[in-house]
Structure formats: structure tokens, C-alpha cells
Design a protein around this ligand. Structure first.
Ligand SMILES: Cc1cc2nc3c(=O)[nH]c(=O)nc-3n(C[C@H](O)[C@H](O)[C@H](O)COP(=O)(O)OP(=O)(O)OC[C@H]3O[C@@H](n4cnc5c(N)ncnc54)[C@H](O)[C@@H]3O)c2cc1C
Length: 373
């Protein structure tokens, strides 16, 4: 009887192993976060990438909403040690002589937390490389890669051959803008208030990282080569700047994929939806997607069902309309302030200032930024 039990258990484990094998394509932030959440559930994951080592820009940062930070800490990895809490957000408009038009503050909780991409990606990588359920595989071509043997393939890489072959149909918008980023080092200051100024050329954000460091994101219409130091100096009234870290620029576009999957391959992360960074929501959307995908996987695991391609369909049904609506909302905010610059009038900023006095609306905006739609 005992032998029978052991044999039965062995067959069961082998079956589970077969059932629960997933491939993730790409080794960026979304891929690694998703991989970590899956291995935490006891699922085997192979991570495919064409890069020898992970290529990380050390000066990129992301702001994560309170709800997503809580989810990350609980389901993926505890990131408290390298996140910096923001308790207040102030929005200004250059068209109103840089007057404050909106103010977000919640006395009972932090609004969001800032993280350096490098810290997050390095920590995720170092945890995954030691995990027996996870394998990193270098791949140059997917032609003979045998991806069919996986129950599910999750593609987070917008540059590979699979993306070019199956995920090229998308709604695209070119903002004719670049996001210019750097980190400023400054004299020590109490630094928990983020601010964003809608300048004539686009939004300039000051995003605190610590008492002595603040991330700068300037999304401006026009050419790639600008004097970011001069612009930051012009609008900065708070920091005694000691040093500017290396500057980097990224072309800005928004993308919404028309179809989320092909067979058992699910497109994921920025490949599904890329948005303007003015509200700092791109990676937040990816985390919400991870949460939904994990719920679908949990449901199947708990009910003894296979992890098969039906997950792709269910995921698309649950997320596509919300993601599209959310992306459109971000685009609307961009166009709103863009229009004001074009018509050279401050009527729109004035109306935002009036809206900003309505506590119910401010609370609703906060909730959407925290939870998504
Ligand atoms: C200026 C700016 C500010 C932002 N701020 C915020 C914010 O505050 N909050 C927020 O939630 N989101 C923010 N975002 C969005 C956020 O940065 C992205 O959602 C996130 O970085 C996606 O990371 P990723 O690694 O999953 O995707 P990607 O960077 O698209 O990488 C996906 C995959 O593609 C491959 N790949 C990428 N680059 C290369 C390369 N050069 N060579 C070969 N392969 C490559 C890698 O394998 C990688 O796995 C911001 C975006 C920008 C541009």
C-alpha cells in the first residue's frame, strides 16, 4: 500500500511538472516580475532572451502605486528596502505662471513609491538565478526552439522574431516627443513630495528617490538633443543640485496590440500596451496584468485544470477593454495640455484648477491611479 502511494505520488508530481511548465520570452522588468510570481506558486519557468546579460540603464526609475507595491511585496518580492514613499503630488501649469493647479494628498496612506529599475531588476534576477524552478536560456533564433512543449509561452519581448511574426497588428501613435531622464543629486532635504509642471513643451516631473536624490522625467515635443540641465535649472525652485547623473532620451509612442495571443503564445507587458509616461502608469499596468494572469492560473490550479491556451483567451477578455480605456485616458490628458499650448490660452489650466477644488473628483483620480479601472 505504501509503495502504491509513493508510486502514485511520483506520477502525480511528474504530471504536475508537465502541466506547469511555462516559457517567458524576454528578461526585462515585466518578465522577471512575472517569473518570480510564478515560481512562488511552484510553477517551472524557462526565461528566454537573446542578450548575454541583462542590459539595465542605471538612471531609469519607476513610480509604483500603493496597491501595486502591496501586491509586489506580498506576491512577488519584498521591495520595501529600496522603495521611497511619496506622500503628496503637486501639479503646476506654466500657462498659469507656474501656479499649482492640482494637489493630491492622502493623510492615511502613501500615494506611491519610487524605485530604481536597476535595483528591482538586479534583485529579481539574483533571486531567480538561485531558484531551482527557474532556468535562464540564451537563444538567438526561435526557429527550432520547440516552444510547443510549453503549456504557455508568455512573450514580453517587443523585438524578437515571434513578435514580428504574430504581434505586428497594433494601434500606434507617435507623440513626436522624447522623454529625457536623469537623476539629480542634491543637498539633503525632506523629500516626499513629487511635482510635475506642465510646461509649454510637455510635462517635467521631479520624483524623489531619497533625501539626496530626485529622478527627473521631461517629456517634450521636438528634437532629441536638448539641454536638460538648463531646463531643470529653470524650473527647479527646491533643490540645491550638486550633480546631474548621465542623461538618457527615449522616443515616445503609444501602442495597443490588436490581438493579445496567437495559439499558446500570450503577448504581455509593454508589448501589449505602451503609454505616455506623464502619469507614470506603464509598469503599473503590467503589474495589474500580472495580478489578473495569476488569478487565472490560481483558479485552474485550485480546480485541477490544465494551464492551457484557454488562459490566453480569458486574459484577453478580462483585460483588453480596460487596458485600452486606461491608455486612452492617459492620451486624453496628454492631448488636453497639448491643446492648451497650441491655442496659447490658459482656459484649460484654469478649469483644471477649479476641478482640483472638488474633493470627490480628486479622490476618484487618486483611486484610478492606485487601482486602475
Ligand atoms: C521615461 C519613462 C518613465 C516611466 N515612468 C514610469 C513610472 O513612473 N511608473 C510606471 O509604472 N511606468 C513607467 N514607465 C514605463 C516603464 O518604464 C515600462 O513599463 C517598463 O520599463 C517595462 O519594462 P520591461 O523591461 O518589461 O519592458 P522593455 O523595456 O520593453 O523590455 C522588454 C524586453 O525586450 C527586450 N529588450 C528591451 N530592450 C532591449 C535592447 N535594447 N536590446 C535587446 N533586447 C531588448 C528585453 O529582453 C526585455 O525583456 C516609464 C517609461 C518611460 C519611457
Amino acid at each position: 500500500m505504501n509503495q502504491f502511494n509513493t508510486l502514485y505520488h511520483l506520477i502525480f508530481v511528474v504530471k504536475i511538472k508537465n502541466i506547469m511548465k511555462l516559457a517567458i520570452l524576454g528578461n526585462g522588468l515585466t518578465s522577471l516580475s512575472l517569473a518570480k510570481s510564478l515560481v512562488n506558486k511552484g510553477i517551472f519557468v524557462d526565461i528566454f532572451s537573446n542578450q548575454k546579460k541583462i542590459d539595465i540603464n542605471k538612471n531609469r526609475t519607476i513610480g509604483l502605486s500603493k496597491k501595486n507595491i502591496d501586491f509586489f511585496n506580498r506576491e512577488i518580492l519584498n521591495i520595501k528596502k529600496f522603495s521611497w514613499d511619496i506622500k503628496k503630488i503637486e501639479i503646476y501649469s506654466e500657462n498659469l505662471q507656474s501656479e499649482k493647479i492640482l494637489n493630491f494628498e492622502n493623510k492615511s496612506r502613501v500615494l506611491f513609491s519610487m524605485i530604481k529599475n536597476f535595483d528591482l531588476q538586479t534583485e529579481l534576477f539574483s533571486k531567480l538565478i538561485k531558484n531551482k524552478l527557474c532556468n535562464f536560456k540564451k537563444i538567438l533564433s526561435y526557429k527550432n526552439s520547440n516552444l510547443n512543449k510549453y503549456n504557455l509561452v508568455i512573450n514580453c519581448d517587443s523585438r524578437n522574431q515571434i513578435t514580428k511574426k504574430f504581434f505586428s497588428k497594433k494601434l500606434k501613435k507617435d507623440y513626436d516627443s522624447f522623454a529625457h531622464t536623469t537623476i539629480i543629486k542634491h543637498k539633503k532635504i525632506k523629500n516626499n513630495v513629487a511635482s510635475q509642471i506642465f510646461t509649454q513643451k510637455g510635462p517635467l516631473a521631479f520624483l524623489p528617490l531619497s533625501e539626496t536624490e530626485t529622478s527627473i522625467v521631461y517629456s517634450a515635443r521636438g528634437e532629441k538633443n536638448i539641454d536638460l540641465k538648463k531646463i531643470v535649472t529653470k524650473y527647479n525652485s527646491k533643490y540645491e543640485i550638486v550633480l546631474f547623473e548621465k542623461l538618457a532620451s527615449f522616443k515616445l509612442k503609444s501602442v495597443n496590440l490588436r490581438s493579445y495571443f496567437h495559439g499558446n503564445i500570450l503577448a504581455f507587458g509593454d508589448l501589449l500596451h505602451r503609454i505616455h509616461p506623464l502619469a507614470g502608469q506603464g509598469f503599473n499596468m503590467n503589474i495589474r496584468d500580472i495580478n489578473i494572469l495569476c488569478e487565472l492560473i490560481n483558479f485552474r490550479k485550485d480546480n485541477g485544470l490544465e494551464l492551457d491556451r484557454s488562459i490566453c483567451n480569458d486574459f484577453e477578455k478580462k483585460t483588453k477593454h480596460k487596458n485600452y480605456l486606461f491608455s486612452s485616458g492617459i492620451d486624453f490628458i496628454y492631448e488636453f495640455f497639448n491643446l492648451e499650448s497650441k491655442i496659447n490660452n490658459n482656459i484649460l489650466s484654469k478649469s483644471v484648477r477649479i476641478i482640483g477644488k472638488n474633493k470627490f473628483l480628486i479622490k476618484s483620480f487618486e483611486e484610478i491611479a492606485n487601482n486602475g479601472l
